[in-house]
Ligand binder design. Structure first.
Ligand code: SF4
Ligand code: SF4
Length: 447
């Protein structure tokens, strides 16, 4: 038997002196999944992320394995103590993430102006002149200072979002400088990321220290070449693919961590292989992932593009992940364990728009009826003015519905809270991929 955890690839074998005193007090984890692949049988555990090959296709029974193997299986989470309630343990870890106050997470929409006119944009048209004023910036920094008074906070996570944040480098630079000063004052680590369409990244890197001050960047592709340009064009109709690709390469060469999001729709799925081919030729590569284009909340997204069902998206994602693996391009093909879901369901997660309105989720930006407060209306301690909107996503809990019995809960945590509150459920793509990631992993294409 050989076992591997996600963070510890490769075979691990138990020491011969390991002993299990209470084998009879162990039971198989409810998060185990068995995968048969040819003459091999693997076990995967959705809670621990460990993979083990069972020799001879053996079934996992605590009573049927040697002491050494039982010790290893317990260490990797395949066997658990009989008295453990795994669901409670998972909920505890979920709630710990949700109520974790060792960090502050901000998504800042410094401007809603945009140089593109993508037909499906949930934010609607570019809003000229909609950038944070000096007054809003000052109030945001006061809000941050108030939050950082809590000495338990050791990290300030900031994600810059738009519109297109790089259209207003003056605003972005001012906010960043202020946050750096606040973080330095309290000896807190500042971790910053940027979501950009990538068009102005080259210019931005002349002004902003990347990866010094902004360590990670996400750029988006909507296709390859012409199919991308059809969607992501400048307001005057000029395409953007070549420039975005070149800017992404520039960022990678500077040591910026880059995630390349490919918005997968029924129209551009086949073109994704062309992007993978091009990425394969790069010395430094981004992490590629395929975004499911769907109507978050009540957006009209799917009126302009052919959105796929969650299942079709998941199948297409798997096919592309396999192709990418064969080309040496990394994707998010393996599940990752989750604490809480996102900033929206975390007590210390806030999105702030150019007018200083505070939201729990970026998808609500611009819809004042969903704002839970404002940095402008009050003293920093009183910025949250609508508690029910603050609680709406923060108190969302997948353990209180049918997700509680789902084996994928440790890696999914019930999906996007906005979708859940809207009555839908965005199941993890892994639910529809027949555990194929195990095959990809064991094929070892990326190792
Ligand atoms: S609630 Fe949904 S859309 Fe909003 S940040 Fe979380 S995952 Fe994203
Ligand atoms: S959203 Fe779907 S995949 Fe996720 S935990 Fe719930 S039932 Fe499982």
């Amino acid at each position: 038997m050989g076992a591997a955890g996600r963070s510890m690839p490769g075979a691990v074998r138990p020491g011969m002196d390991q002993k299990m005193d209470n084998m009879k007090n162990l039971k198989p984890s409810v998060y185990n999944e068995t995968i048969n692949e040819g003459d091999k049988t693997y076990l995967y555990n959705f809670y621990s992320g460990a993979i083990v090959e069972m020799e001879g296709g053996a079934q996992l029974e605590a009573a049927g394995v040697s002491m050494q193997d039982a010790a290893l299986l317990k260490e990797k989470g395949f066997l658990v103590d009989k008295n453990i309630d795994e669901l409670k343990r998972l909920e505890f870890s979920y709630l710990s993430g949700k109520f974790n106050k060792s960090s502050l997470g901000l998504t800042l929409c410094t401007t809603l102006e945009c140089n593109f006119s993508c037909p499906y944009c949930y934010e609607g048209k570019s809003r000229t002149g909609s950038a944070m004023s000096p007054e809003v910036i000052t109030k945001i920094l006061e809000f941050v200072r108030m939050k950082l008074k809590d000495n338990n906070i050791n990290t300030l996570y900031v994600n810059f979002l738009g519109g297109e944040a790089l259209l207003r480098l003056d605003v972005l630079s001012a906010v960043l400088a202020g946050l750096k000063a606040e973080a330095a004052r309290k000896n807190v680590v500042l971790v910053a990321g940027l979501v950009t369409n990538g068009y102005l990244l080259d210019e931005a890197m002349k002004v902003i220290d990347m990866p010094g001050d902004i360590q990670s960047v996400q750029v988006t592709f909507d296709g390859f070449g012409v199919s991308h340009d059809k969607m992501r064009r400048l307001a005057g109709g000029i395409g953007s693919f070549e420039r975005i690709f070149a800017n992404m390469v520039l960022a990678l060469e500077k040591g910026v961590r880059v995630a390349a999001r490919y918005n997968l729709t029924g129209d551009n799925a086949t073109d994704a292989t062309l992007l993978i081919d091009k990425l394969a030729g790069l010395e430094k590569k981004p992490l590629l992932y395929f975004g499911h284009v769907s109507a978050v909340g009540s957006a009209d997204t799917c009126k302009s593009v052919s959105c796929m069902s969650r299942m079709d998206y998941s199948k297409a994602d798997l096919k592309l992940a396999r192709y990418a693996a064969s080309k040496g391009v990394k994707t998010d093909f393996m599940p990752v364990g989750k604490g809480n879901y996102c900033t929206a369901d975390a007590v210390n997660g806030f999105t702030i728009d150019p007018e200083g309105d505070i939201y729990k989720c970026w998808s609500s930006v611009g819809r004042k009826e969903l704002a839970c407060g404002s940095v402008l209306v009050a003293a920093p301690e009183e910025c949250i003015t609508d508690e029910s909107r603050y609680y709406m996503y923060t108190m969302d809990n997948p353990f209180q519905d049918t997700c509680a019995s789902c084996k994928l809960l440790p890696i999914c945590m019930g999906g996007c809270p906005v979708e859940r509150q809207a009555g839908g459920r965005q199941c993890s793509k892994f639910k529809f991929q027949d555990m194929e990631f195990i095959k990809l992993y064991t094929e070892g294409v990326l190792r």
